[in-house]
Design a protein around this ligand. Sequence first.
Ligand SMILES: Nc1ncnc2c1ncn2[C@@H]1O[C@H](COP(=O)(O)OP(=O)(O)OP(=O)(O)O)[C@@H](O)[C@H]1O
Ligand SMILES: [Mg+2]
Length: 247
Amino acid sequence: MNQYPEIEVKNLTKNINSKQILTDINFKLNHKSHLVIIGGSGAGKSMLIKCILGLQSLSEGKVYFKGNNVSIKNERPEFLKQIGVCFQGNALFDSYKVWENVAFEKIHTKQLMSRKIARDNAVAKLLEVGLPTETADLYPFELSGGMQKRVGIARAIFSNPDILFFDEPTTGLDPLMSRKIIALIKEIMASSMKSAITITHDINLALSLASEILLLHEGHVEWSGLKTQIFKTKSKLIKEFLKGTIK
Ligand SMILES: Nc1ncnc2c1ncn2[C@@H]1O[C@H](COP(=O)(O)OP(=O)(O)OP(=O)(O)O)[C@@H](O)[C@H]1O
Ligand SMILES: [Mg+2]
């Protein structure tokens, strides 16, 4: 087994126009663990994910993937091939059919895969996330919010990545659909034996999915540890989160 964590973030700081958005962030994502990054609105969750994925430059610090420094541009393409991202708004292309959205990466990059094989693989992933074969040839706007979320998840797992990122996976869904999506994510994590990072402001989602939790507050790590330790902490902020008083 690889001696390195799946992801390690070291001393990550992000400033924009002299405003410090993230301050000295440190954490590890271990193999087979599910880290949930929780924080109120404006805490810096999305910025942290953008910095990890290389969508935003770092002001200071480094991000490692299996021991390789992926804050260096040349190292990033290999890293990006091994992660799957489920975006908050699903980021589906309305002019593409559902299966084309799921197989988007393969049919729009120079990776060799015929459209027939890409479609077959996309249909298999759709079935995995609970969508019937007929869904493949529909367009995203023909689907409900819950179905679109499943398509976003099918796309994230399409290439069987090592690490999954879920950005606010239940936002905008009704409570019943939220529970179904959480159950689906748990099922995917249990069967794939991979690692994941989820970002959310929802403590119940965090408690339901996480093996580890990191609380981000005003751009710094307020608390991090195993989920099982969270009820023992003296952190006032964590207590407020647990009471559901911070959104
Ligand atoms: N491109 C940008 N330029 C300047 N400031 C930014 C930029 N993007 C984010 N910020 C600021 O960084 C802080 C953190 O924003 P971020 O989007 O990471 O918060 P968040 O924790 O994801 O919040 P939410 O739960 O509301 O999505 C905010 O104060 C925001 O205004
Ligand atoms: Mg955000």
